[in-house]
Design a protein around this ligand. Structure first.
Ligand SMILES: NC(=O)c1ccc[n+]([C@@H]2O[C@H](COP(=O)([O-])OP(=O)(O)OC[C@H]3O[C@@H](n4cnc5c(N)ncnc54)[C@H](O)[C@@H]3O)[C@@H](O)[C@H]2O)c1
Length: 351
């Protein structure tokens, strides 16, 4: 068929391949969901002009700016000023590291933490934060967090679903009780649904540029024996993250996950886990020559929270010292990579 120059072809949607599309249940359900309103365009325009005025480069919301010192050297300024961020389980470990970094960069913090003693410490350390004693597995408690966030800040820009635990259920599947499986689900997956669902209205109110960061695990990307439930629900965090990234795309809220390898925290205290004297060998099991620290994840969370990552959504960030990439390879004491890393005769990883 010949077309006149400039004619635009119009397309009709193709019929679904399943025959009678009107009856297909998935199509019916999808069509019942109202399309989320597009909130992005106008605000983006406003933000861009603000950016021009303030000398902010590149990024629409001005989250980072380049300044020049007197000697002409460029410095990037990263700030979370004007952003409201909720971190769950920020009383210890990775959550605490993320809360510290967000606070240092000027965010208004909301913290949902279960432990009353940690809440007291957090109030002392972050006097301006809204610290709320909360069990994120409890729907009513989560709704109280939403209401207090709304009352104090009226919106939410960043949500870090950090809570998660292996629960020390190191046993085979046939030894696992029903309530142990359910407990793993509650602490590693279900609360992400409860917290995210409760906070969405406040995130939409904040407008485009929001960010949801889910803490998964390297075990969400490999098989981990003796805790099948933890492995299963951490894998599910990937599905949750990817599907939510699409659902929230029209709101311009990005959804990503961080997958940590073993990181020193209250839950995973390295000094108790690694045998005394074995630290060097243990560290060399990872390409980056050490295990993780909470601040490693804080750096990743800052990247995902700001518009430094404005084109990143539905993705997985491995903060793992290279372990995911290393796969079966191990290092010999001489530093060579091998798939036979435990046949050196020295104290090995298998000890
Ligand atoms: N540390 C690691 O090696 C490691 C590895 C892979 C993944 N992760 C993941 O990273 C996240 C943080 O791990 P971490 O090691 O820093 O944890 P952590 O146990 O050291 O700290 C978790 C914090 O959450 C609080 N908390 C626990 N249950 C809660 C609840 N129901 N409601 C509110 N607060 C609660 C705790 O009191 C504590 O302050 C988790 O999702 C974990 O699965 C950690």
């Amino acid at each position: 068929m010949r077309r006149a120059a400039g004619t635009i072809l119009s397309f009709r949607p193709l019929p679904l391949p399943f025959g009678n599309e009107a009856l297909h249940p998935q199509r019916r359900e999808i069509e019942k969901c109202p399309p989320p309103a597009r909130t992005g365009a106008t605000d983006r325009k406003t933000l861009r002009s603000t950016a021009k005025l303030s000398g902010v480069v590149n990024i629409a919301s001005g989250v980072h700016a380049v300044e020049h010192s007197e000697d002409g050297k460029a410095q990037m300024k990263i700030t979370l000023e004007g952003k409201v961020a909720l971190v769950t389980g920020a009383g210890a470990g990775i959550g605490r590291g993320i809360a510290q970094a967000f606070s240092d960069l000027g965010a208004d913090l909301v913290i949902a933490e279960i432990d009353p003693a940690k809440c007291a410490q957090l109030r002392a350390d972050f006097p301006n934060a809204e610290v709320i004693e909360t069990d994120v597995r409890d729907r009513a408690a989560v709704e109280r967090v939403r209401d207090r966030t709304a009352a104090r800040f009226g919106r939410l820009n960043v949500l870090v679903n950090n809570v998660g635990h292996h629960l020390n259920t190191f046993k085979t599947l046939d030894q696992m009780e029903d309530d142990e499986w359910d407990a793993q689900h509650d602490i590693n997956l279900r609360h992400m649904f409860l917290v995210t669902r409760a906070m969405l209205p406040l995130m939409r109110k904040a407008g485009p540029g929001g960010s949801i960061i889910n803490l998964s695990s390297i075990e969400g990307f490999r098989g981990c024996p003796y805790n099948v439930a933890y492995t299963t629900f951490k894998h599910a965090v990937t599905g949750f993250t990817r599907a939510m990234a699409l659902e929230l795309a029209n709101d311009e809220i990005r959804v990503n996950l961080i997958a940590p390898e073993t990181t020193d925290s209250e839950q995973v205290p390295l000094k108790h886990i690694i045998k005394p004297g074995m630290e060097e060998i243990a560290n060399r099991m990872l390409p980056a020559n050490r295990y993780g620290r909470p601040e490693d994840h804080a750096g990743a969370a800052v990247y995902l929270a700001t518009d430094l990552s404005s084109w990143v959504t539905g993705s997985e960030m491995f903060v793992d010292g290279g372990s995911h990439n290393q796969n079966i390879f191990k290092r010999t004491p001489e530093g060579r990579w091998t798939v036979m890393g435990v046949v050196t005769g020295s104290a090995s990883a298998a000890d």
